[in-house]
Design a protein around this ligand. Sequence first.
Ligand code: G1P
Length: 274
Amino acid sequence: MIKKCLFPAAGYGTRFLPATKAMPKEMLPIVNKPLIQYGVEEAHDAGLTEMAFVTGRGKRALEDHFDVSYELEHQIQGTSKERYLEGTRKLIDACTFSYTRQTAMKGLGHAILTGQTLIGDEPFAVVLADDLCINLGGDGVLAQMIGLYNQFRCSIVAIEEVPMDQTDRYGVIAGEMIREDIYRVHTMVEKPKPEDAPSNLAIIGRYILTPDIFDVLRDTPPGRGGEVQITDALMRQAQSGCVMAYKFKGERFDCGSPSGYVAATNYCFEHFES
Ligand code: G1P
């Protein structure tokens, strides 16, 4: 059974400067809730209870967010404002939160490897909080993927079709469709130019990984951008064993870009605030 979810959250968020100068990008709010809380809620809804964060310098607000704030809670106790903290309190009561730091920015693969100390030797989920995923009225993306993991018992990446001229923003897969929306991966490339892309099936920030990925990552040389790429490690796992790609149900917003962030804000305001 998968219990742990890893949140790589060490990045600087340069695209949102100056907002992210003194505040982690994962704390940017979509309406009134920080991005990271959407990710933790999705993991909790999928039955995961052990939240593991790879953070870095300047990210302490993440730890404070998932902790009791006695003074504040005392102030609003017994008032109508208490309800604003209900969702956060529920997560704090139901889950554990652990943190480790990545001291040098060497890529997503390196960040995930840094998380090994929190994960140990068991399969786990990974959520990139920048990718906000919402499936109104249905299971969240991680819950959908955990259902698949229970069938296939191998690493799984979430994918969606993107316009061909955007392949250089994503890891891109190609594979054999074995069922509707499920592919057995043959090839994966990190951020290929459109002319080099094997398809327009882009990886989005949800993964289920088997723990042998750590040994593969340790042995994966820096790739695109001089960084250790999880895409390269997964390609090796696909070659020596099996990796599945899953076209998930729901909407995905790239909240690492201002346009995706605004779209997510409008969507959440429309669907959750009325
Ligand atoms: C990372 C991964 C990439 C994936 C993307 C999803 O890239 O390296 O393969 O498609 O997340 O959001 P980043 O967006 O961190 O550059």
